[in-house]
Design a protein around this ligand. Structure first.
Ligand code: AMP
Ligand code: MG
Length: 339
């Protein structure tokens, strides 16, 4: 079996031969949260059935969460909230409330850079991209007025909007949350190790198929191949970048991440990669640093490490936190530690 794991943030390859005492079972899942997904379970030889069972349950969890959380599914809980009139309590499951609360904390922690209430602004710029026409000042002004946490109130059982126009967009955090829940299932299944990856964001734990740490390539945002290789054991990695998803208007490329301070697309930070104990935290900070740029590295809380790539392919600069550098296999050219 040739085992090739494409981790979106890069390419991780190993041959089918694994260490003598363990085997890796890989499950490819098509179209989860709009992208591809890979699950890996590492078990002793002869325990492949345990691995397969755990992987199947982890995939089922991802699909169940997607149907509840996706803003792309018309009758998901989040879509129901977005469609609701002002003043109506929209019932939400525990998991959805947990995400919304985490998102609210992230808004505070990141000084407002991470803001899921930017739904109206995200929609405005998406529509502008489809039409190929920049939004006008007054449209941006209207969308900004509808994009604020004061318009969304969380209760123990659901959420209430204080304006019909308010919308949450949880795309910047939901994938991380889902990865964590799937990883919980694998962790409890008695495996030697495992990995859950959706579109390049991932959690890895325990033993990798070979060696002691999981080698994870960070993709070069402006070229082919990889920029660096991370070596992780029990951690999560998430990447935000402008190279896969972006808006194009009149030949100019705009980031799909909105700067809540201006109501406009964030100034191009081509790529941000974040390592944290859990994927939800890494996901939040990858989005937030796309807004904050390298300066945001000074705001990182304890236990969160990151790398920010700026500039063009010919004139690229890389900034990272000390802990991020320590997790790299080799020091890339032109990397600067921000403390
Ligand atoms: P990610 O790829 O995790 O960085 O998430 C990006 C997505 O989050 C965007 O496509 C929007 O749907 C949403 N988003 C855009 N701007 C923000 C922001 N400032 N804070 C939180 N979510 C955002
Ligand atoms: Mg994110």
């Amino acid at each position: 079996m040739a085992l090739i794991v494409l981790v979106g943030i890069g390419i991780w390859k190993t041959s089918g031969r694994v260490d003598a005492d363990r085997v890796a079972v890989v499950r490819q899942c098509d179209r989860v949260m709009g992208t591809d997904c890979r699950l890996i379970a590492v078990v002793p030889y002869g325990r492949e059935a345990t691995a397969e069972d755990a992987l199947e349950r982890a995939e089922a969890m991802l699909r169940a969460l997607e149907s509840r959380l996706s803003t792309w599914i018309a009758d998901s809980e989040v879509s129901n909230l977005n469609a609701a009139p002002a003043g109506k309590l929209v019932p939400l499951s525990e998991g959805s409330i947990e995400i919304l609360r985490a998102a609210q904390r992230a808004w505070q922690q990141t000084g407002g850079a991470f803001d899921i209430t930017c739904g109206p602004l995200v929609q405005l710029w998406r529509r502008a991209g489809r039409r190929g026409v920049l939004p006008g000042q007054s449209e941006i002004h209207e969308a900004r007025k509808a994009s604020h946490w004061k318009l969304i109130e969380l209760t123990d059982t659901g959420a209430v909007k204080h304006s019909a126009a308010a919308r949450v967009d949880i795309d910047g955090i939901a994938k991380g949350y889902a990865i964590d829940r799937a990883a919980d299932i694998l962790r409890k299944a008695g495996l030697r190790g495992g990995l859950v990856e959706i579109g390049g964001d991932l959690v890895c734990f325990g033993q990798p198929p070979e060696g002691k740490t999981w080698p994870l390539g960070v993709k070069d945002p402006r070229g082919q191949g990889k920029l660096a290789t991370l070596r992780l054991r029990d951690e999560a990695v998430c990447t935000s970048g402008d190279y896969e998803r972006f808006i194009e208007i009149a030949g100019k490329r705009y980031h799909h991440i909105i700067d809540p301070r201006t109501g406009r697309p964030a100034d191009a930070v081509p790529s941000v990669t974040v390592v944290a104990a859990d994927a939800m935290t890494a996901d939040v900070w990858a989005t937030a640093l796309s807004v904050l740029g390298p300066e945001g590295l000074r705001r990182l809380p304890e236990g969160v490490e990151a790398m920010v790539v700026v500039g063009t392919a010919d004139d690229r600069r890389i900034f990272c936190s000390r802990g991020f550098l320590q997790r790299l296999e080799e020091r890339p050219d032109r990397i600067e530690v921000v403390e």
